[in-house]
Design a protein. Structure first.
Length: 104
């Protein structure tokens, strides 16, 4: 198969994969809450993007190189938001929903 066609298919896959991270990043930013995001998952994703980037760099696969740079950046952004919002929330009392008025 022609290398241009292979790169085009890779680029489409990369764009769809990156698009899947954007809603989570926006929701986390808007709600200022990252409690539902797993810290372990985020750290593993960042490490995976790092190794994946090294791999696709050696393969000279430009669509994947672009995807790993952008995807890794978005995941680092989520990780930073999680660390920021979790540290901010750690000093707060539990939400009222978990301790409704009148509860003993």
């Amino acid at each position: 198969m022609d290398k241009l066609v292979v790169e085009a298919i890779g680029l489409v896959a990369v764009m769809i994969g990156l698009a899947s991270l954007v809603p989570q990043l926006l929701k986390t930013w808007r709600t200022r809450s990252a409690g539902d995001l797993s810290l372990a998952w985020l750290v593993l994703q960042v490490v995976a993007y790092g190794f994946g980037f090294a791999y696709v760099l050696m393969l000279d696969a430009w669509a994947s190189i672009f995807g790993h740079i952008v995807g890794g950046s978005l995941t680092v952004g989520l990780l930073l938001l999680k660390l920021r919002f979790d540290s901010r929330d750690s000093g707060r009392p539990l939400a009222e929903a978990s301790n409704p008025p009148g509860a003993a």
